[in-house]
Design a protein around this ligand. Sequence first.
Ligand code: NAP
Length: 246
Amino acid sequence: MKNQTILITGGTTGIGLATAQLLQADGARVIVTGRNPATLAAARTALGPQAVVLASDAGSLADAQALGAEIKKHTARLDGAFLNAGIAQFGPLETMTPQHFADMFNVNVRGLFFQLQSLLPVLANPSAVVFNASVAGELGLPGTSLYSATKAAVISLGKTLAAELAPRGVRLNTLSPGPVTTPIYNKLGFPADAQKGFEDSMSGQTLVKRFGTADEVARLARFLLTAESSFIVGENIVIDGGIRLT
Ligand SMILES: NC(=O)c1ccc[n+]([C@@H]2O[C@H](COP(=O)([O-])OP(=O)(O)OC[C@H]3O[C@@H](n4cnc5c(N)ncnc54)[C@H](OP(=O)(O)O)[C@@H]3O)[C@@H](O)[C@H]2O)c1
Protein backbone atom coordinates (compact mmCIF):
# COMPACT_ATOMS: atom_id res chain seq x y z
CA MET A 1 0.00 0.00 0.00
CA LYS A 2 2.92 2.32 -0.60
CA ASN A 3 1.88 5.84 -1.67
CA GLN A 4 -1.64 5.21 -0.38
CA THR A 5 -3.18 7.54 2.20
CA ILE A 6 -6.07 6.11 4.19
CA LEU A 7 -8.34 7.79 6.74
CA ILE A 8 -9.69 5.76 9.64
CA THR A 9 -12.26 7.50 11.84
CA GLY A 10 -12.26 6.18 15.38
CA GLY A 11 -8.76 4.91 14.71
CA THR A 12 -7.44 5.36 18.23
CA THR A 13 -8.58 2.05 19.78
CA GLY A 14 -10.17 -1.28 18.92
CA ILE A 15 -10.98 -2.18 15.31
CA GLY A 16 -9.90 1.23 13.99
CA LEU A 17 -6.48 1.13 15.61
CA ALA A 18 -5.92 -2.48 14.51
CA THR A 19 -6.78 -1.46 10.93
CA ALA A 20 -4.45 1.55 11.08
CA GLN A 21 -1.60 -0.66 12.30
CA LEU A 22 -2.23 -3.29 9.61
CA LEU A 23 -2.33 -0.68 6.82
CA GLN A 24 0.76 1.03 8.18
CA ALA A 25 2.63 -2.28 8.20
CA ASP A 26 1.69 -2.60 4.52
CA GLY A 27 3.27 0.77 3.77
CA ALA A 28 0.20 3.05 3.80
CA ARG A 29 0.17 6.49 5.35
CA VAL A 30 -2.70 6.60 7.83
CA ILE A 31 -4.74 9.47 9.21
CA VAL A 32 -6.81 8.55 12.26
CA THR A 33 -9.41 10.46 14.23
CA GLY A 34 -10.76 10.20 17.75
CA ARG A 35 -12.19 12.37 20.47
CA ASN A 36 -10.80 11.36 23.86
CA PRO A 37 -7.46 13.15 24.58
CA ALA A 38 -6.04 10.10 26.41
CA THR A 39 -6.71 7.65 23.57
CA LEU A 40 -5.57 10.22 20.98
CA ALA A 41 -2.24 10.49 22.85
CA ALA A 42 -1.92 6.70 23.14
CA ALA A 43 -2.60 6.34 19.39
CA ARG A 44 0.11 8.92 18.60
CA THR A 45 2.55 6.73 20.52
CA ALA A 46 1.29 3.48 18.99
CA LEU A 47 1.32 4.74 15.38
CA GLY A 48 4.41 6.93 15.55
CA PRO A 49 5.29 10.20 13.84
CA GLN A 50 4.49 8.99 10.32
CA ALA A 51 0.77 8.85 11.20
CA VAL A 52 -1.54 11.86 11.46
CA VAL A 53 -3.73 11.68 14.57
CA LEU A 54 -6.57 14.23 14.60
CA ALA A 55 -9.09 15.24 17.24
CA SER A 56 -12.44 15.25 15.46
CA ASP A 57 -15.69 14.54 17.31
CA ALA A 58 -18.01 12.49 15.11
CA GLY A 59 -20.90 13.53 17.36
CA SER A 60 -20.34 17.19 16.51
CA LEU A 61 -21.97 18.26 13.25
CA ALA A 62 -19.43 21.07 12.86
CA ASP A 63 -16.49 18.66 13.28
CA ALA A 64 -18.01 16.15 10.87
CA GLN A 65 -18.56 18.81 8.23
CA ALA A 66 -15.03 20.18 8.72
CA LEU A 67 -13.27 16.81 8.46
CA GLY A 68 -12.56 17.05 4.72
CA ALA A 69 -10.94 20.47 5.13
CA GLU A 70 -8.87 19.17 8.07
CA ILE A 71 -7.69 16.23 5.97
CA LYS A 72 -6.72 18.59 3.14
CA LYS A 73 -4.16 20.22 5.46
CA HIS A 74 -2.32 16.88 5.53
CA THR A 75 -2.86 15.33 2.10
CA ALA A 76 -4.05 16.39 -1.36
CA ARG A 77 -6.01 13.16 -1.79
CA LEU A 78 -7.31 10.14 0.07
CA ASP A 79 -7.10 6.69 -1.50
CA GLY A 80 -9.44 5.21 1.08
CA ALA A 81 -11.54 5.97 4.13
CA PHE A 82 -12.76 3.57 6.82
CA LEU A 83 -15.67 5.33 8.55
CA ASN A 84 -15.54 3.33 11.74
CA ALA A 85 -16.08 5.67 14.72
CA GLY A 86 -19.05 4.50 16.74
CA ILE A 87 -20.51 4.17 20.21
CA ALA A 88 -22.82 1.62 21.82
CA GLN A 89 -25.26 2.11 24.69
CA PHE A 90 -27.42 -0.88 25.55
CA GLY A 91 -30.52 -1.35 27.69
CA PRO A 92 -34.18 -2.30 27.44
CA LEU A 93 -36.68 0.09 25.89
CA GLU A 94 -37.85 1.58 29.18
CA THR A 95 -34.30 2.66 30.12
CA MET A 96 -33.45 4.44 26.88
CA THR A 97 -33.58 8.25 27.02
CA PRO A 98 -33.65 10.99 24.37
CA GLN A 99 -29.97 11.55 25.26
CA HIS A 100 -29.14 7.94 24.32
CA PHE A 101 -31.08 8.42 21.10
CA ALA A 102 -29.27 11.65 20.21
CA ASP A 103 -25.81 10.43 21.22
CA MET A 104 -25.92 7.22 19.20
CA PHE A 105 -27.61 8.66 16.12
CA ASN A 106 -25.34 11.73 16.14
CA VAL A 107 -22.12 9.72 16.24
CA ASN A 108 -23.02 6.53 14.37
CA VAL A 109 -25.24 7.97 11.62
CA ARG A 110 -25.12 11.78 11.34
CA GLY A 111 -21.36 11.86 11.92
CA LEU A 112 -20.61 9.18 9.32
CA PHE A 113 -22.95 10.79 6.77
CA PHE A 114 -21.57 14.32 7.02
CA GLN A 115 -17.98 13.13 7.32
CA LEU A 116 -18.40 11.33 4.00
CA GLN A 117 -20.02 14.39 2.45
CA SER A 118 -17.10 16.56 3.59
CA LEU A 119 -14.58 14.06 2.20
CA LEU A 120 -15.93 14.13 -1.36
CA PRO A 121 -13.50 16.81 -2.59
CA VAL A 122 -10.51 14.90 -1.25
CA LEU A 123 -11.44 11.30 -2.21
CA ALA A 124 -9.37 10.19 -5.20
CA ASN A 125 -10.77 8.61 -8.36
CA PRO A 126 -10.44 5.68 -7.85
CA SER A 127 -10.80 5.34 -4.07
CA ALA A 128 -12.53 3.00 -1.62
CA VAL A 129 -14.78 3.81 1.32
CA VAL A 130 -15.77 1.28 3.98
CA PHE A 131 -18.49 1.80 6.59
CA ASN A 132 -18.36 -0.08 9.88
CA ALA A 133 -21.94 -1.12 10.72
CA SER A 134 -22.76 -4.20 12.84
CA VAL A 135 -24.55 -7.51 12.48
CA ALA A 136 -26.84 -6.03 15.16
CA GLY A 137 -28.29 -3.92 12.35
CA GLU A 138 -29.76 -7.12 10.86
CA LEU A 139 -30.72 -8.97 14.05
CA GLY A 140 -33.27 -8.48 16.79
CA LEU A 141 -31.06 -8.62 19.88
CA PRO A 142 -33.07 -7.52 22.94
CA GLY A 143 -31.56 -4.52 24.71
CA THR A 144 -29.84 -3.10 21.65
CA SER A 145 -32.74 -1.28 19.96
CA LEU A 146 -31.23 2.16 19.37
CA TYR A 147 -27.71 0.92 18.63
CA SER A 148 -29.08 -1.64 16.15
CA ALA A 149 -31.26 1.02 14.51
CA THR A 150 -28.21 3.22 13.95
CA LYS A 151 -26.39 0.31 12.34
CA ALA A 152 -29.37 -0.58 10.13
CA ALA A 153 -29.24 3.03 8.97
CA VAL A 154 -25.53 2.67 8.18
CA ILE A 155 -26.21 -0.52 6.17
CA SER A 156 -28.89 1.33 4.20
CA LEU A 157 -26.65 4.34 3.58
CA GLY A 158 -23.94 1.95 2.40
CA LYS A 159 -26.16 0.69 -0.41
CA THR A 160 -27.61 3.99 -1.59
CA LEU A 161 -24.38 5.93 -1.40
CA ALA A 162 -22.45 3.14 -3.14
CA ALA A 163 -24.76 3.58 -6.12
CA GLU A 164 -24.52 7.36 -5.92
CA LEU A 165 -20.73 7.52 -5.62
CA ALA A 166 -19.73 4.78 -8.09
CA PRO A 167 -19.77 7.21 -11.06
CA ARG A 168 -17.20 9.35 -9.19
CA GLY A 169 -14.84 6.36 -8.87
CA VAL A 170 -15.61 5.92 -5.16
CA ARG A 171 -16.22 2.23 -4.39
CA LEU A 172 -18.20 1.94 -1.16
CA ASN A 173 -18.82 -1.19 0.91
CA THR A 174 -19.99 -1.89 4.45
CA LEU A 175 -18.70 -4.46 6.91
CA SER A 176 -20.80 -5.76 9.77
CA PRO A 177 -18.96 -7.37 12.68
CA GLY A 178 -20.46 -9.63 15.29
CA PRO A 179 -19.00 -9.53 18.82
CA VAL A 180 -15.34 -8.46 18.73
CA THR A 181 -13.08 -7.92 21.73
CA THR A 182 -12.42 -4.17 21.94
CA PRO A 183 -12.67 -1.42 24.58
CA ILE A 184 -16.28 -0.74 23.47
CA TYR A 185 -17.54 -3.32 25.98
CA ASN A 186 -15.81 -1.51 28.88
CA LYS A 187 -17.78 1.63 28.03
CA LEU A 188 -21.26 0.07 28.39
CA GLY A 189 -21.49 0.98 32.05
CA PHE A 190 -22.60 -2.56 33.01
CA PRO A 191 -21.61 -3.96 36.43
CA ALA A 192 -18.74 -6.47 35.99
CA ASP A 193 -20.92 -9.58 36.48
CA ALA A 194 -23.60 -8.32 34.06
CA GLN A 195 -20.91 -7.55 31.49
CA LYS A 196 -19.45 -11.06 31.85
CA GLY A 197 -22.94 -12.57 31.45
CA PHE A 198 -23.55 -10.49 28.33
CA GLU A 199 -20.19 -11.45 26.81
CA ASP A 200 -20.71 -15.17 27.60
CA SER A 201 -24.13 -15.03 26.00
CA MET A 202 -22.78 -13.31 22.86
CA SER A 203 -19.92 -15.84 22.56
CA GLY A 204 -22.39 -18.71 22.95
CA GLN A 205 -24.52 -17.37 20.12
CA THR A 206 -21.64 -17.61 17.61
CA LEU A 207 -20.85 -20.90 15.86
CA VAL A 208 -17.19 -20.59 16.89
CA LYS A 209 -18.08 -19.91 20.56
CA ARG A 210 -15.84 -16.90 20.93
CA PHE A 211 -15.52 -13.20 20.27
CA GLY A 212 -13.66 -12.12 17.16
CA THR A 213 -10.46 -10.11 17.37
CA ALA A 214 -9.98 -6.56 16.16
CA ASP A 215 -7.29 -7.89 13.83
CA GLU A 216 -9.74 -10.28 12.13
CA VAL A 217 -11.99 -7.33 11.30
CA ALA A 218 -9.01 -5.18 10.30
CA ARG A 219 -8.07 -7.77 7.66
CA LEU A 220 -11.53 -7.53 6.14
CA ALA A 221 -11.36 -3.73 6.23
CA ARG A 222 -7.99 -3.88 4.45
CA PHE A 223 -9.43 -6.22 1.79
CA LEU A 224 -12.34 -3.86 1.14
CA LEU A 225 -10.06 -0.80 1.05
CA THR A 226 -7.72 -2.24 -1.57
CA ALA A 227 -8.00 -3.29 -5.21
CA GLU A 228 -8.08 -6.90 -3.98
CA SER A 229 -11.85 -6.36 -3.70
CA SER A 230 -12.20 -4.28 -6.86
CA PHE A 231 -15.43 -5.97 -8.10
CA ILE A 232 -17.21 -5.81 -4.73
CA VAL A 233 -19.42 -2.72 -4.67
CA GLY A 234 -22.30 -1.72 -2.40
CA GLU A 235 -22.07 -4.93 -0.35
CA ASN A 236 -22.56 -5.45 3.35
CA ILE A 237 -20.04 -8.12 4.35
CA VAL A 238 -20.83 -9.83 7.65
CA ILE A 239 -17.96 -11.00 9.87
CA ASP A 240 -19.70 -12.50 12.88
CA GLY A 241 -18.45 -16.02 13.70
CA GLY A 242 -21.74 -17.37 12.37
CA ILE A 243 -24.00 -15.61 14.89
CA ARG A 244 -26.78 -15.15 12.36
CA LEU A 245 -27.08 -18.92 11.86
CA THR A 246 -27.70 -19.88 15.49
N1 NAP B 1 -16.61 -4.51 19.14
C1 NAP B 1 -17.70 -5.04 18.63
O1 NAP B 1 -18.17 -6.09 19.09
C2 NAP B 1 -18.37 -4.41 17.44
C3 NAP B 1 -19.34 -5.14 16.76
C4 NAP B 1 -19.98 -4.57 15.68
C5 NAP B 1 -19.65 -3.30 15.28
N2 NAP B 1 -18.71 -2.60 15.96
C6 NAP B 1 -18.43 -1.24 15.50
O2 NAP B 1 -17.04 -1.10 15.30
C7 NAP B 1 -16.70 0.29 15.40
C8 NAP B 1 -15.45 0.41 16.25
O3 NAP B 1 -15.76 -0.03 17.55
P1 NAP B 1 -14.74 -0.83 18.48
O4 NAP B 1 -15.42 -2.08 18.89
O5 NAP B 1 -13.40 -0.88 17.88
O6 NAP B 1 -14.80 0.10 19.78
P2 NAP B 1 -13.78 1.12 20.46
O7 NAP B 1 -12.51 0.43 20.80
O8 NAP B 1 -14.59 1.76 21.53
O9 NAP B 1 -13.46 2.14 19.29
C9 NAP B 1 -14.29 3.19 18.96
C10 NAP B 1 -13.46 4.23 18.26
O10 NAP B 1 -14.35 5.27 17.85
C11 NAP B 1 -13.92 6.48 18.45
N3 NAP B 1 -15.05 7.33 18.77
C12 NAP B 1 -16.13 7.05 19.55
N4 NAP B 1 -16.92 8.12 19.62
C13 NAP B 1 -16.33 9.09 18.88
C14 NAP B 1 -16.65 10.43 18.55
N5 NAP B 1 -17.76 11.01 19.02
N6 NAP B 1 -15.81 11.11 17.75
C15 NAP B 1 -14.67 10.56 17.28
N7 NAP B 1 -14.31 9.31 17.56
C16 NAP B 1 -15.13 8.58 18.34
C17 NAP B 1 -13.17 6.07 19.67
O11 NAP B 1 -12.30 7.12 20.05
P3 NAP B 1 -12.27 7.75 21.53
O12 NAP B 1 -11.42 6.83 22.34
O13 NAP B 1 -11.70 9.08 21.31
O14 NAP B 1 -13.72 7.77 22.01
C18 NAP B 1 -12.42 4.85 19.16
O15 NAP B 1 -11.31 5.24 18.40
C19 NAP B 1 -17.94 0.99 15.97
O16 NAP B 1 -18.62 1.65 14.94
C20 NAP B 1 -18.77 -0.17 16.51
O17 NAP B 1 -20.14 0.14 16.53
C21 NAP B 1 -18.06 -3.12 17.03
